[in-house]
Design a protein around this ligand. Structure first.
Ligand code: KG4
Ligand code: ZN
Length: 393
Protein backbone atom coordinates (compact mmCIF):
# COMPACT_ATOMS: atom_id res chain seq x y z
CA UNK A 1 0.00 0.00 0.00
CA UNK A 2 1.47 3.31 -1.13
CA UNK A 3 -0.07 6.58 0.04
CA UNK A 4 0.49 10.14 -1.16
CA UNK A 5 -0.35 13.06 1.12
CA UNK A 6 -0.81 16.78 0.55
CA UNK A 7 -0.64 19.52 3.21
CA UNK A 8 -1.38 23.19 2.43
CA UNK A 9 -3.09 24.49 5.58
CA UNK A 10 -0.77 27.43 6.18
CA UNK A 11 2.50 28.53 4.61
CA UNK A 12 4.18 25.23 3.78
CA UNK A 13 3.36 23.32 0.60
CA UNK A 14 4.09 19.69 1.50
CA UNK A 15 3.82 16.38 -0.29
CA UNK A 16 4.84 13.02 1.12
CA UNK A 17 4.74 9.47 -0.23
CA UNK A 18 4.96 6.50 2.12
CA UNK A 19 4.83 2.74 1.69
CA UNK A 20 3.19 0.60 4.33
CA UNK A 21 5.09 -2.47 5.52
CA UNK A 22 3.33 -5.78 6.04
CA UNK A 23 1.94 -6.66 9.46
CA UNK A 24 -0.74 -5.62 11.92
CA UNK A 25 1.06 -2.53 13.17
CA UNK A 26 1.13 0.70 11.17
CA UNK A 27 4.73 0.70 9.90
CA UNK A 28 6.02 2.42 6.82
CA UNK A 29 8.96 3.62 4.78
CA UNK A 30 9.17 7.16 3.44
CA UNK A 31 9.62 7.20 -0.33
CA UNK A 32 9.53 10.97 -0.66
CA UNK A 33 9.11 13.88 1.76
CA UNK A 34 9.10 17.38 0.31
CA UNK A 35 8.31 20.74 1.89
CA UNK A 36 8.35 24.07 0.11
CA UNK A 37 8.30 26.87 2.64
CA UNK A 38 6.83 30.29 1.87
CA UNK A 39 8.47 31.76 4.97
CA UNK A 40 10.76 34.16 3.08
CA UNK A 41 7.82 35.62 1.22
CA UNK A 42 5.63 36.10 4.31
CA UNK A 43 8.58 37.40 6.34
CA UNK A 44 8.47 40.58 4.23
CA UNK A 45 4.98 41.27 5.58
CA UNK A 46 5.59 39.99 9.12
CA UNK A 47 2.90 37.29 8.94
CA UNK A 48 0.94 34.95 6.67
CA UNK A 49 -1.59 36.45 4.25
CA UNK A 50 -4.12 33.76 3.32
CA UNK A 51 -4.59 34.83 -0.31
CA UNK A 52 -0.84 35.10 -0.85
CA UNK A 53 -0.36 31.65 0.72
CA UNK A 54 -3.06 30.27 -1.57
CA UNK A 55 -1.44 31.75 -4.68
CA UNK A 56 1.95 30.27 -3.78
CA UNK A 57 0.47 26.81 -3.08
CA UNK A 58 -1.35 26.96 -6.43
CA UNK A 59 1.86 27.89 -8.26
CA UNK A 60 3.96 25.17 -6.63
CA UNK A 61 1.82 22.16 -5.87
CA UNK A 62 1.50 20.30 -9.19
CA UNK A 63 5.22 20.51 -9.82
CA UNK A 64 5.91 19.36 -6.25
CA UNK A 65 3.64 16.33 -6.75
CA UNK A 66 5.54 15.43 -9.94
CA UNK A 67 8.91 15.82 -8.18
CA UNK A 68 7.69 13.66 -5.29
CA UNK A 69 6.58 10.90 -7.65
CA UNK A 70 9.96 11.11 -9.34
CA UNK A 71 11.81 10.89 -6.02
CA UNK A 72 9.66 7.92 -5.00
CA UNK A 73 10.54 6.26 -8.30
CA UNK A 74 6.89 6.18 -9.28
CA UNK A 75 6.98 8.56 -12.23
CA UNK A 76 6.78 6.95 -15.64
CA UNK A 77 6.54 9.33 -18.60
CA UNK A 78 4.18 8.45 -21.43
CA UNK A 79 5.84 7.62 -24.71
CA UNK A 80 2.68 8.06 -26.80
CA UNK A 81 0.37 11.03 -27.11
CA UNK A 82 -2.42 10.64 -24.56
CA UNK A 83 -5.58 12.65 -23.92
CA UNK A 84 -7.55 12.50 -20.68
CA UNK A 85 -10.84 10.65 -21.40
CA UNK A 86 -13.68 13.15 -21.77
CA UNK A 87 -15.65 12.14 -18.63
CA UNK A 88 -12.53 12.51 -16.45
CA UNK A 89 -11.60 15.73 -18.21
CA UNK A 90 -15.01 17.24 -17.51
CA UNK A 91 -14.80 16.27 -13.85
CA UNK A 92 -11.29 17.72 -13.67
CA UNK A 93 -12.46 20.99 -15.25
CA UNK A 94 -15.27 21.12 -12.74
CA UNK A 95 -12.99 20.56 -9.75
CA UNK A 96 -10.50 23.20 -10.89
CA UNK A 97 -12.90 25.65 -12.53
CA UNK A 98 -11.64 28.54 -10.38
CA UNK A 99 -7.96 27.67 -10.75
CA UNK A 100 -7.20 27.89 -14.45
CA UNK A 101 -3.40 27.78 -14.07
CA UNK A 102 -3.62 24.72 -11.87
CA UNK A 103 -6.01 23.10 -14.33
CA UNK A 104 -3.48 23.59 -17.13
CA UNK A 105 -0.63 22.24 -14.97
CA UNK A 106 -2.70 19.22 -13.90
CA UNK A 107 -3.69 18.41 -17.51
CA UNK A 108 -0.02 18.46 -18.49
CA UNK A 109 0.73 16.10 -15.57
CA UNK A 110 -2.06 13.65 -16.40
CA UNK A 111 -1.26 13.63 -20.10
CA UNK A 112 2.49 13.43 -19.57
CA UNK A 113 2.79 10.57 -17.08
CA UNK A 114 1.21 7.18 -16.53
CA UNK A 115 -1.03 6.53 -13.55
CA UNK A 116 1.46 5.88 -10.71
CA UNK A 117 1.28 2.96 -8.27
CA UNK A 118 -0.45 5.03 -5.58
CA UNK A 119 -3.21 3.26 -3.60
CA UNK A 120 -4.54 6.11 -1.47
CA UNK A 121 -4.41 9.88 -1.11
CA UNK A 122 -4.64 11.84 2.16
CA UNK A 123 -5.13 15.58 2.30
CA UNK A 124 -5.50 18.18 5.05
CA UNK A 125 -9.13 19.34 5.12
CA UNK A 126 -8.72 21.69 8.11
CA UNK A 127 -8.21 23.48 10.39
CA UNK A 128 -6.13 26.19 8.74
CA UNK A 129 -6.45 29.04 6.24
CA UNK A 130 -9.40 28.12 4.03
CA UNK A 131 -8.10 29.59 0.75
CA UNK A 132 -4.84 27.69 1.30
CA UNK A 133 -6.63 24.47 2.28
CA UNK A 134 -8.72 24.58 -0.91
CA UNK A 135 -5.61 24.30 -3.08
CA UNK A 136 -4.55 21.03 -1.44
CA UNK A 137 -8.10 19.72 -1.45
CA UNK A 138 -8.84 20.46 -5.11
CA UNK A 139 -5.49 18.98 -6.19
CA UNK A 140 -6.15 15.84 -4.15
CA UNK A 141 -9.67 15.59 -5.61
CA UNK A 142 -8.23 15.95 -9.10
CA UNK A 143 -5.67 13.15 -8.56
CA UNK A 144 -8.26 10.95 -6.89
CA UNK A 145 -10.83 11.46 -9.67
CA UNK A 146 -8.62 11.09 -12.71
CA UNK A 147 -6.54 8.22 -11.33
CA UNK A 148 -9.49 6.66 -9.48
CA UNK A 149 -7.73 6.43 -6.11
CA UNK A 150 -9.55 6.62 -2.71
CA UNK A 151 -9.22 9.92 -0.88
CA UNK A 152 -9.01 10.51 2.90
CA UNK A 153 -9.58 13.96 4.47
CA UNK A 154 -7.27 14.51 7.44
CA UNK A 155 -7.53 16.86 10.40
CA UNK A 156 -4.30 18.86 10.71
CA UNK A 157 -4.32 18.70 14.54
CA UNK A 158 -4.73 14.92 14.50
CA UNK A 159 -1.73 14.99 12.16
CA UNK A 160 0.28 16.81 14.85
CA UNK A 161 -0.77 14.17 17.42
CA UNK A 162 0.35 11.30 15.19
CA UNK A 163 3.63 13.08 14.28
CA UNK A 164 4.19 13.38 18.02
CA UNK A 165 4.13 9.64 18.65
CA UNK A 166 5.80 8.30 15.49
CA UNK A 167 8.83 6.23 16.31
CA UNK A 168 11.69 5.75 13.88
CA UNK A 169 14.08 2.85 13.56
CA UNK A 170 16.58 3.08 10.71
CA UNK A 171 14.38 4.07 7.78
CA UNK A 172 11.12 2.63 9.16
CA UNK A 173 8.53 4.66 11.02
CA UNK A 174 5.78 3.14 13.13
CA UNK A 175 2.88 4.16 15.33
CA UNK A 176 3.78 2.57 18.69
CA UNK A 177 1.41 1.11 21.28
CA UNK A 178 0.81 3.72 23.94
CA UNK A 179 -1.06 3.52 27.20
CA UNK A 180 -4.38 5.33 27.44
CA UNK A 181 -5.87 7.63 28.51
CA UNK A 182 -3.32 10.03 27.10
CA UNK A 183 -3.21 13.81 26.88
CA UNK A 184 -1.92 15.80 23.94
CA UNK A 185 -0.55 19.31 24.23
CA UNK A 186 -0.93 20.87 20.80
CA UNK A 187 0.91 24.15 20.43
CA UNK A 188 1.10 25.73 16.98
CA UNK A 189 0.65 29.02 15.18
CA UNK A 190 -3.11 28.62 15.10
CA UNK A 191 -3.87 26.39 18.09
CA UNK A 192 -3.18 25.87 21.76
CA UNK A 193 -5.10 22.88 23.03
CA UNK A 194 -4.96 20.14 25.60
CA UNK A 195 -6.73 17.07 24.28
CA UNK A 196 -7.80 13.99 26.23
CA UNK A 197 -7.28 10.86 24.14
CA UNK A 198 -9.16 7.77 25.28
CA UNK A 199 -7.78 5.87 22.27
CA UNK A 200 -6.37 6.98 18.93
CA UNK A 201 -9.11 8.62 16.86
CA UNK A 202 -11.10 9.52 20.03
CA UNK A 203 -10.33 13.07 21.06
CA UNK A 204 -11.84 15.52 23.54
CA UNK A 205 -10.55 19.08 23.87
CA UNK A 206 -10.31 19.81 27.60
CA UNK A 207 -8.35 23.07 27.46
CA UNK A 208 -7.74 25.74 24.88
CA UNK A 209 -6.73 29.34 24.39
CA UNK A 210 -9.34 32.04 24.77
CA UNK A 211 -7.51 34.31 22.32
CA UNK A 212 -4.09 34.01 20.66
CA UNK A 213 -2.37 30.67 20.17
CA UNK A 214 1.06 30.19 21.74
CA UNK A 215 2.85 30.23 18.36
CA UNK A 216 0.94 33.34 17.35
CA UNK A 217 2.02 35.02 20.62
CA UNK A 218 5.66 34.08 19.91
CA UNK A 219 5.33 35.56 16.41
CA UNK A 220 3.68 38.77 17.62
CA UNK A 221 6.12 39.29 20.50
CA UNK A 222 9.00 38.76 18.07
CA UNK A 223 7.59 41.44 15.80
CA UNK A 224 7.53 43.89 18.71
CA UNK A 225 11.19 43.06 19.28
CA UNK A 226 11.95 43.72 15.59
CA UNK A 227 12.73 40.05 14.99
CA UNK A 228 11.83 38.45 11.64
CA UNK A 229 8.87 36.12 11.00
CA UNK A 230 8.34 33.38 12.14
CA UNK A 231 9.24 34.69 15.57
CA UNK A 232 9.21 31.47 17.58
CA UNK A 233 12.67 30.26 16.56
CA UNK A 234 14.06 33.82 16.90
CA UNK A 235 12.80 34.32 20.46
CA UNK A 236 14.03 30.85 21.32
CA UNK A 237 17.50 31.67 19.96
CA UNK A 238 17.77 34.90 21.98
CA UNK A 239 16.40 33.26 25.12
CA UNK A 240 18.99 30.47 24.82
CA UNK A 241 21.74 33.07 24.38
CA UNK A 242 20.50 34.92 27.48
CA UNK A 243 20.61 31.67 29.50
CA UNK A 244 24.10 30.89 28.27
CA UNK A 245 25.34 34.39 29.14
CA UNK A 246 23.67 34.25 32.57
CA UNK A 247 21.50 37.29 31.82
CA UNK A 248 18.77 37.94 34.39
CA UNK A 249 15.78 40.04 33.21
CA UNK A 250 15.50 43.45 34.92
CA UNK A 251 12.70 43.73 37.45
CA UNK A 252 10.69 46.11 35.25
CA UNK A 253 10.85 43.61 32.35
CA UNK A 254 9.15 40.84 34.32
CA UNK A 255 6.08 39.48 32.54
CA UNK A 256 2.85 37.96 33.92
CA UNK A 257 2.03 34.23 33.78
CA UNK A 258 -1.49 34.49 32.32
CA UNK A 259 -4.15 32.09 33.69
CA UNK A 260 -1.55 30.29 35.80
CA UNK A 261 -3.93 30.16 38.76
CA UNK A 262 -7.23 30.08 36.85
CA UNK A 263 -7.92 26.58 38.15
CA UNK A 264 -8.99 25.37 34.71
CA UNK A 265 -7.06 24.08 31.70
CA UNK A 266 -7.53 27.13 29.51
CA UNK A 267 -4.97 29.61 28.24
CA UNK A 268 -4.85 33.27 27.29
CA UNK A 269 -1.89 34.83 25.51
CA UNK A 270 -3.14 38.24 24.43
CA UNK A 271 -2.45 39.90 27.81
CA UNK A 272 1.11 38.64 27.65
CA UNK A 273 1.48 40.18 24.21
CA UNK A 274 0.23 43.55 25.55
CA UNK A 275 2.62 43.26 28.49
CA UNK A 276 5.54 42.81 26.07
CA UNK A 277 4.40 45.89 24.17
CA UNK A 278 4.36 48.07 27.30
CA UNK A 279 7.89 46.92 28.22
CA UNK A 280 9.05 47.63 24.67
CA UNK A 281 7.62 51.17 24.75
CA UNK A 282 9.28 51.83 28.10
CA UNK A 283 12.69 50.72 26.85
CA UNK A 284 12.78 52.09 23.29
CA UNK A 285 15.17 52.08 21.42
CA UNK A 286 15.71 48.40 22.22
CA UNK A 287 19.25 47.21 22.86
CA UNK A 288 20.31 43.64 22.07
CA UNK A 289 20.55 43.05 25.82
CA UNK A 290 16.91 44.14 26.37
CA UNK A 291 15.76 41.93 23.48
CA UNK A 292 17.50 38.96 25.08
CA UNK A 293 15.95 39.73 28.48
CA UNK A 294 12.45 40.05 27.03
CA UNK A 295 12.85 36.90 24.91
CA UNK A 296 13.99 34.98 27.98
CA UNK A 297 11.18 36.31 30.15
CA UNK A 298 8.58 35.68 27.43
CA UNK A 299 9.72 32.09 26.85
CA UNK A 300 9.85 31.44 30.60
CA UNK A 301 6.34 32.82 31.06
CA UNK A 302 4.87 30.61 28.31
CA UNK A 303 6.79 27.58 29.61
CA UNK A 304 5.62 28.08 33.23
CA UNK A 305 1.99 28.22 32.12
CA UNK A 306 2.26 25.23 29.75
CA UNK A 307 3.96 23.10 32.40
CA UNK A 308 1.39 23.99 35.08
CA UNK A 309 -1.59 23.29 32.80
CA UNK A 310 -0.15 20.01 31.55
CA UNK A 311 0.55 18.90 35.12
CA UNK A 312 -3.06 19.64 36.07
CA UNK A 313 -4.45 17.95 32.94
CA UNK A 314 -2.40 14.79 33.54
CA UNK A 315 -3.63 14.69 37.13
CA UNK A 316 -7.28 15.32 36.31
CA UNK A 317 -7.45 12.80 33.47
CA UNK A 318 -5.21 10.23 35.18
CA UNK A 319 -3.31 10.04 31.91
CA UNK A 320 -0.14 7.96 31.73
CA UNK A 321 1.07 9.41 28.46
CA UNK A 322 1.70 12.93 27.21
CA UNK A 323 1.95 13.62 23.48
CA UNK A 324 3.29 16.99 22.38
CA UNK A 325 2.79 18.39 18.88
CA UNK A 326 2.66 21.52 16.74
CA UNK A 327 5.33 23.99 15.62
CA UNK A 328 6.07 25.34 19.11
CA UNK A 329 7.03 21.83 20.24
CA UNK A 330 10.30 22.47 18.38
CA UNK A 331 11.20 24.88 21.20
CA UNK A 332 14.20 23.50 23.12
CA UNK A 333 13.29 25.08 26.45
CA UNK A 334 9.64 23.97 26.38
CA UNK A 335 10.72 20.44 25.36
CA UNK A 336 13.15 20.13 28.25
CA UNK A 337 10.70 21.60 30.79
CA UNK A 338 8.04 19.07 29.72
CA UNK A 339 10.58 16.22 29.83
CA UNK A 340 11.51 17.24 33.35
CA UNK A 341 7.84 17.29 34.36
CA UNK A 342 7.41 13.79 32.89
CA UNK A 343 10.32 12.54 34.99
CA UNK A 344 9.12 14.08 38.26
CA UNK A 345 5.47 13.10 37.72
CA UNK A 346 6.28 9.65 36.32
CA UNK A 347 4.47 9.70 32.99
CA UNK A 348 5.68 8.82 29.49
CA UNK A 349 6.26 11.69 27.11
CA UNK A 350 6.27 11.64 23.30
CA UNK A 351 7.83 14.59 21.52
CA UNK A 352 8.02 14.82 17.73
CA UNK A 353 11.37 14.85 15.96
CA UNK A 354 12.24 18.52 15.48
CA UNK A 355 11.62 18.34 11.72
CA UNK A 356 8.17 16.84 12.32
CA UNK A 357 7.16 19.54 14.85
CA UNK A 358 6.34 22.16 12.27
CA UNK A 359 3.95 21.50 9.39
CA UNK A 360 4.90 18.70 7.00
CA UNK A 361 3.37 16.06 4.75
CA UNK A 362 4.54 13.05 6.75
CA UNK A 363 2.15 13.87 9.61
CA UNK A 364 -0.77 13.80 7.16
CA UNK A 365 0.44 10.65 5.39
CA UNK A 366 0.92 8.68 8.62
CA UNK A 367 -2.51 9.78 9.88
CA UNK A 368 -3.96 8.65 6.54
CA UNK A 369 -2.45 5.18 7.02
CA UNK A 370 -3.90 5.07 10.53
CA UNK A 371 -7.37 5.87 9.14
CA UNK A 372 -7.08 3.12 6.54
CA UNK A 373 -5.90 0.59 9.12
CA UNK A 374 -8.87 1.52 11.34
CA UNK A 375 -11.32 1.01 8.48
CA UNK A 376 -12.27 4.68 7.97
CA UNK A 377 -14.14 5.07 4.67
CA UNK A 378 -12.71 7.31 1.94
CA UNK A 379 -14.64 10.45 0.88
CA UNK A 380 -15.42 11.88 -2.52
CA UNK A 381 -16.74 15.26 -1.39
CA UNK A 382 -14.36 17.42 0.63
CA UNK A 383 -14.94 20.92 1.95
CA UNK A 384 -12.18 23.08 3.45
CA UNK A 385 -12.97 23.69 7.10
CA UNK A 386 -10.80 26.39 8.66
CA UNK A 387 -12.00 25.64 12.19
CA UNK A 388 -12.46 21.84 12.05
CA UNK A 389 -12.09 20.58 15.60
CA UNK A 390 -10.03 17.48 16.32
CA UNK A 391 -13.09 16.25 18.29
CA UNK A 392 -15.08 15.77 15.08
CA UNK A 393 -12.49 14.20 12.82
O1 KG4 B 1 2.43 23.78 13.45
P1 KG4 B 1 3.02 24.93 12.73
O2 KG4 B 1 4.18 24.67 11.80
O3 KG4 B 1 1.94 25.67 11.89
C1 KG4 B 1 0.62 25.78 12.33
O4 KG4 B 1 -0.12 24.77 12.22
O5 KG4 B 1 0.30 26.88 12.83
O6 KG4 B 1 3.45 26.02 13.83
C2 KG4 B 1 4.04 27.23 13.45
C3 KG4 B 1 4.35 28.01 14.71
C4 KG4 B 1 4.81 29.44 14.43
O7 KG4 B 1 4.05 30.32 15.23
C5 KG4 B 1 6.28 29.42 14.86
O8 KG4 B 1 6.75 30.66 15.35
C6 KG4 B 1 6.25 28.38 15.95
O9 KG4 B 1 5.39 27.38 15.46
N1 KG4 B 1 7.58 27.82 16.21
C7 KG4 B 1 8.25 27.99 17.38
C8 KG4 B 1 9.51 27.37 17.21
N2 KG4 B 1 9.56 26.84 15.95
C9 KG4 B 1 8.38 27.14 15.35
N3 KG4 B 1 7.89 28.60 18.52
C10 KG4 B 1 8.77 28.62 19.54
N4 KG4 B 1 10.00 28.07 19.45
C11 KG4 B 1 10.41 27.42 18.32
N5 KG4 B 1 11.62 26.88 18.26
ZN1 ZN C 1 0.48 22.89 12.27
Amino acid sequence: MILLSIETSCDETAVCIIKRSRGKHVRFEVLSHKILSQVDLHAKYGGVFPMLAKREHAKALTQLIAESLQEADLLVERTHVYHIPSTSRKKLENILDREKDMLTAMKVLFEGIQKPAIDAIAVTQGPGLEPALWIGITSALALSTVWDIPLYPINHMEGHVIAGILSKEDTTYSIPDISFPACALLISGGHTEIVRISKLRSYKVIGKTKDDAVGEAFDKAARMLDLPYPGGPQISRLAELARKEGIVPDEDLRLPRPMLHSGDLHFSCSGLKTAVLTRVHKRKPLTDETKKMLSLEFENSITDVLVAKVKQAMYETRAKTLIVGGGVSANIHIRSALKELATTEGFTIFLPDKDLSTDNGLMIASTGLLHISEGVKPKSKLVANGSWSIENC
